[in-house]
Design a protein around this ligand. Sequence first.
Ligand SMILES: Nc1nc2c(ncn2[C@@H]2O[C@H](COP(=O)(O)OP(=O)(O)OP(=O)(O)O)[C@@H](O)[C@H]2O)c(=O)[nH]1
Ligand SMILES: [Mg+2]
Length: 298
Amino acid sequence: MGVKEILKRVFTKEKRVVLCGLDSSGKTTMVSFLQTGTFIEHTPTMGKELNTMEVQGIRINLMDMGGQSDFRDLWLGECAHAECVIFMIDAYARERFSEAKDELWKLSDVFKKRSLIVLANKYDLQPTASLGEIIDALDLHKLPSFEILPVSCKTGFGIVKAFMKIYYKLTGKQLRKKISPKAVTVFDQGGIPLTSSSNNDILQGGLFAAINSFVKESFNSELNQLKMGGNVIVFKRSKNLMGSLILSDSDNIDVKEAEDGLNELLCHLEHMCPEIERNQLDTEKLSYLVEQYASNLL
Ligand SMILES: Nc1nc2c(ncn2[C@@H]2O[C@H](COP(=O)(O)OP(=O)(O)OP(=O)(O)O)[C@@H](O)[C@H]2O)c(=O)[nH]1
Ligand SMILES: [Mg+2]
């Protein structure tokens, strides 16, 4: 180990987070979504697996616990040394709520001193249990404190919010989103808008038509930014799609950050919709994926 690495370790604050929950609730899928920005299928975790992430000077050691019954005895020991415990539950698997409750309550002594965040996963499926139903089924209100958030580790729905919550629990600091677009739009390669997700009616009127024609005209140029009526519109292209973000010109816009965010969205869509390669675009599926992922941006 070199001097730089030693100094880095000394000066980097380390925090421990333990991720537990029944087998197949989606823990490893969450870790890989945080690391890659998209969905990857995994085999069950044997024992436990340590993942390290660095976020704004904090090294987060995220221990991903195997959820099969053979490995559940390991949870308590790990949780006792963690600053934050995440308990993941498959919100679609109501038949397993009582098993999840039994396992969660075996850890209850830990929650007297440590933060618990319950992540209700698989919110891309229908019908999932409501958060209220999960709170009741797991008797969460009998714990000294807890927070519960809905997520989907497949579509990315709620993932950034969940991570921001974890970061706050660990550091007491708010991790601020650097971009907060007014609208996210995805076009096909011909500049035809396929779907749009906006947090207000920004796309009403002439703006949308203007973006549309700009996309068509700029398709073969390197233009990737347009300023219009107090807005900055950022464009990005992937192999089969094109996307735009509308941001307010008055915010301190980090265009690079916006481009990176848009790029990640397009990569995720290409990855989740391999049928685009065969020109078999399912617009409904694409709209759903954009809507779910945009929860991280808007
Ligand atoms: N539909 C849907 N499926 C998901 C989601 N998250 C995970 N899955 C699927 O659930 C299955 C289990 O995911 P894992 O991440 O391996 O679950 P785990 O909690 O790590 O399981 P163990 O390692 O055995 O404890 C996989 O087939 C995933 O593709 C989600 O948000 N939505
Ligand atoms: Mg796993």
